[in-house]
Design a protein around this ligand. Structure first.
Ligand code: GDP
Length: 297
């Protein structure tokens, strides 16, 4: 069985925040994630992220880390929440300064609020002559969301995902917000976390990207993820490096599962390979029975 282990306070160590980027279509979510992934907001490792693995971590000048879910939009966020997965610590909500507060912006705001996740606004496209960031902040104020420049408590940053202006400052504000959350996890236990994406690779077999949320994941660990299980044969980070172990808040691609779990599935490490396998089998059986039942009705 999956035992929920209680961590003693002295085992809890600070961990990096996990961030999701949301916002209305075309407001610049993908551009922002790409900019952060490719550019040198990252200390000494500009352009270092070569793999698109569904999540990535960056290190800032001050050596602090931020992990990003690299699946823009709140579909991923809500899909994960629907499966009971709460992985996001902070939401960046991108709003184009040459547009207005749109329906999907409002949806993203209410999703973050419903999940109790703090928001940092990224007022994007300020390089455009038609950009009017103050109009956006006014719009937010009318929704009772007062940003700091307007005397409120919510962080916001004018940015251009195209030129990179303000992106560094945005990430600093994310870290400030993270500090208030005092995020911790116990790295010295068997790992658990959430599946971000999984697929079948022709050469390598099933590849699953997971976010480690607690504990340390190691090569050779027996993993149960949704209806899949297996022993970890190899792990690769977003820079294509093979790694032997990864701690909390880190995204990692793993090889060795006997299938592709679904995004939002939880994963757990087991001492006993057979037990992981048994639960996986039982779960697939249940799933099959359920689908037969829904087909009948
Ligand atoms: P998404 O749908 O929110 O992921 O938006 P995208 O990142 O795909 O951006 C939509 C369009 O806006 C693309 O054509 C981008 O090149 C453009 N865009 C994104 N950010 C900026 C920006 O800061 N400045 C300008 N001028 N264009 C941008």
């Amino acid at each position: 069985a999956i035992v929920e282990q209680v961590d003693s306070p002295e085992d809890l160590k600070p961990r990096a925040p996990i961030v999701t980027v949301m916002g209305h279509v075309d407001h610049g979510k993908t551009s922002l994630l790409d900019y952060i992934r490719k550019e040198n907001v990252i200390a000494g490792e500009s352009g270092g992220i070569t793999q698109h693995i569904g999540a990535y971590a960056v290190t800032l000048d001050n050596d602090q880390k931020i992990s990003f879910l690299d699946t823009p939009g709140h579909e991923a966020f809500t899909a994960m929440r629907a499966r009971g997965a709460q992985v996001t610590d902070i939401a960046i909500i991108v709003i184009a300064a040459d547009d207005a507060i749109m329906p999907q912006t409002k949806e993203a705001i209410s999703h973050a609020q419903a999940a109790g996740v703090p928001i940092v606004f990224a007022i994007n496209k300020v390089d455009k002559p038609t950009a009017n960031p103050e109009k956006i902040k006014d719009g937010l104020a009318q929704m009772n969301l007062l940003v700091e420049d307007w005397g409120g408590k919510i962080q916001s940053q004018d940015i251009s995902a195209k030129t990179g202006a303000g992106v560094k400052e945005l990430l600093e504000k994310v870290l400030l917000e993270a500090e208030l959350l005092e995020l911790t996890a116990n790295p010295s236990r068997l790992a658990s976390g959430t599946v971000v994406e999984a697929f079948l690779d022709k050469g390598r077999g099933y590849v699953s990207t997971v976010l480690v949320q607690t504990g340390t994941l190691k090569i050779g660990d027996y993993v149960l993820a949704g209806t899949c299980s297996g022993k970890i044969k190899a792990m690769q980070d977003e820079r294509g490096n093979l790694v032997k172990e990864v701690g909390p808040s880190r995204p990692i691609s793993i090889l060795g599962l006997d299938g592709a779990p679904q995004a939002g599935d939880k994963f757990n490490v087991f001492e006993d390979e057979r037990e992981a396998k048994q639960i996986a089998t039982k779960r697939s059986q249940l799933q099959r029975e359920q689908s037969v039942r829904t087909q009948r009705h």
